[in-house]
Ligand binder design. Sequence first.
Ligand SMILES: Nc1ncnc2c1ncn2[C@@H]1O[C@H](COP(=O)(O)OP(=O)(O)O)[C@@H](O)[C@H]1O
Ligand SMILES: [Mg+2]
Length: 443
Amino acid sequence: MGINEYDPRGQFISFHNRQQRWAVLVCHRRAGKTVACVADLVLSALVTSKQDARFAYVCPQYNQAKDVAWTYIKRLTSDIPNVQYNESELRADLPNGARIRLYGADNPDRLRGVYLDGVVLDEFADMRSSVWGEVVRPMLADRKGWAVFIGTPKGHNAFYDCWQDAQMDIDWFRLMLKASESGLIDASELKDAAKGMTDDQYAQEFECSFEAAIAGAYYANDLKEEHVREVAYDPRQSVYTAWDIGYSDDTAIWFWQMSGNEVHVIDFYSANGHGVEHYVNMLNEKGYNYAKIGNKPFLWLPHDARAKTFASGGKSTQEQFMSYGYSSRIVPELSLQDGINAMRMMLPKTYFDRQKCFDGVECLKLYRREYDDDKKVFRDKPLHDWTSHAADAARYMAIAYRVALPEAQRPEPKYAFRGTENGMKTLTLDEMWALTPKRSTRI
Ligand SMILES: Nc1ncnc2c1ncn2[C@@H]1O[C@H](COP(=O)(O)OP(=O)(O)O)[C@@H](O)[C@H]1O
Ligand SMILES: [Mg+2]
């Protein structure tokens, strides 16, 4: 099916004819949204009067882009004379100078630096939403490019916000297609699909419900929406930080303060591809009243911060922070399950600042178990994706925050901090709590 034979599904005609610069399509699975959006890009690329027009199709993961969208792009451009494909860059070059290229939101740096005349963000609910604000949106500014957000819902995250905000805005085109109304999938097929899914999964994937619980989510029941609100920084109170350090992956950092019995999470930071100096500058710029040991501000680091790294002349991350005047402690190593339990116990008294913690909270909402598509069951381990790093750092926060409590407020039985000398030993929360302090932890 080349672009000449492309026969749009009736449900998408209003989309192809839209006048608005922005569009959001919330459509059930197999509605044909990916095909419609790829066709829309190809049509735009063909009719554009701009010189060297650039179009992009962004999927959550580069590999997905290759599997699905690239096949559609090649098919829908196959009847354009002299079209050229660059297989290693997943790029189609049209004879009028326009180019369509595929990207993965898992590697947004590849995108940086180019302008765009039009972009589709496919399965936006599964992406780190900052890819839009920080990377894609600025690229559209130069040439007033357009954007389309498509996907199925994943709870109240950035895709939901996009759908809601678009409602009030005349610059936005909106379309929702539910399977019960679109007529695109026949009843017996839908019934069959429903068999392998929970009610929530079906409501989300086929009925476009933003309210359905995210299947396999770890914190869905514990992270309440009213706990994400404005949380003021109190300069009189110490600020603690818990870190998950990525060497090739993301580094994620939570910033919190204690307020009576409540945990006030005032900030979140994540980045990748930087050395220790970058993070030291970031801490200085934020300028919080960091908790101190002696006169040195201190950080809660993950156990792997003790490992020596080649890159830094055989110094560990912990040692590098030390050379910048920071002291640190290693978060006691708990099993994943115990860490998750610690998080669940902490969440009812934890409040997150809506703005500064936005990216991190999104990760927490989406952090979920891996799904086995063949067996139709969830595996007993988390899906490793862009949400994992913030979720790991949050587990460390949930373990570490107790140590910072005045002794009288610590949960019973008393939780003892055993410091780095025992850090490698895996202790369950119960085991840890059962320990008596070996030394006082005046932090
Ligand atoms: N206009 C169309 N003409 C023919 N087949 C289509 C059309 N739109 C979608 N399809 C087919 O429907 C199926 C689902 O399309 P896809 O765009 O991948 O769905 P979604 O992204 O909504 O899950 C694919 O097999 C695709 O080839
Ligand atoms: Mg699709």
